[in-house]
Design a protein around this ligand. Sequence first.
Ligand SMILES: NC(=O)c1ccc[n+]([C@@H]2O[C@H](COP(=O)([O-])OP(=O)(O)OC[C@H]3O[C@@H](n4cnc5c(N)ncnc54)[C@H](OP(=O)(O)O)[C@@H]3O)[C@@H](O)[C@H]2O)c1
Length: 363
Amino acid sequence: MPKKLYNVAILGASGLVGGKILAFLEERNFPINTLKLLASKRSVGQTLLFQGKPITIEEATPDAFEGVDIVLASAGGSVSEALAPEAVKRGAVVIDNTSHYRMHPDVPLVVGGVNEEALLSHQGIIANPNCSTAQLMPVLKTIHALAGLERVIVSTYQSVSGGGKEALDELRAELAHDFEHGQLKGRSDAFAESTFDRQIFKRSIAFNLIPHIDVFSEDGVEAGYTKEELKLIHETQKILSLPNLPITATAVRVPVLVGHSESVTADCSRAVSLESLTQALKETPDVVVADSHQGYFTPRETAHTDPVYVSRIRKDTSNPERGFNLWVVSDNLRIGAALNAVRIAEALVRLNKVAVPKARPSF
Ligand SMILES: NC(=O)c1ccc[n+]([C@@H]2O[C@H](COP(=O)([O-])OP(=O)(O)OC[C@H]3O[C@@H](n4cnc5c(N)ncnc54)[C@H](OP(=O)(O)O)[C@@H]3O)[C@@H](O)[C@H]2O)c1
């Protein structure tokens, strides 16, 4: 029987994640009949290459989804809020990279290789987790299976590409501005407030780090957390089906181009040796474990590769029987976004789930 081919659309094709989705569809030879590239009016008429041929970007409108089977969406939450239901109404399954639908009870939140079984009950929209959540999932799933997670503490060091192409442009421009205007020449000048005209970041991102990603919450016990931190907490609980897992987070933007890093402390409910934990992580798909303490991973050295890299695995000296510290690094545009989206599409094909159920919730 000939292989079934699908009509695919990338919503947000001109963006950082959209561009990587395009590359992964080609690299992984996804079974495509037609491919539509959609973005805002600003990009209409630009072309991108797919399998060596130029495809022209069209404006993302509801009617653009006519005849489409699979939409890979990464154009921001408000765009998904408006357009994902329109695509589903027209019979397309939407794999959404934005945060808009992640916690919706009828939307599976999926990391390939971790909880693909959640796809079996999809209602037309499937969500990809936040990049900082996604890279943690294979690691935490393995630790939970081995020794039971009792509590998790995460501090993130998130690269600027996690904020999209305009954030990357702003880091580059501010670095160039600081060099050009001599901010870095003398010791006192080095600490001076930049005169750079910022549009994206609230504070200087050049030669700095910012403990503030997304907006602050003012709600109850979550007051003072950023939405980025709350995403990591709630999405982890949903993906691992551990709604009561005690987990807390601090999310920090750092002037790294690509690659998120995370310091993770995991308290387990059962005693387990460092050797067993390291061995279990070595056997986890998509995870690469450092061979020695000296062999730790950094985002610059691992960017543009697919795995989740785990190093600095050690006992927590304050809880040596059941506590561990780890350093987890991964390219945020890959497992954290585009690669995961394409793997979800592949899983839908494998599970014969590229179809919107007739009775579906109104998203
Ligand atoms: N970057 C990451 O590591 C990462 C990881 C996980 C999830 N995400 C999520 O993925 C989404 C995209 O991120 P990104 O980093 O790729 O951002 P980006 O580089 O800024 O790209 C945004 C894309 O959305 C399109 N867009 C914006 N407004 C639109 C509109 N009104 N109608 C149609 N298209 C519109 C843009 O088109 P134009 O070029 O025409 O403006 C562009 O293609 C965000 O929701 C983000 O939170 C990002």
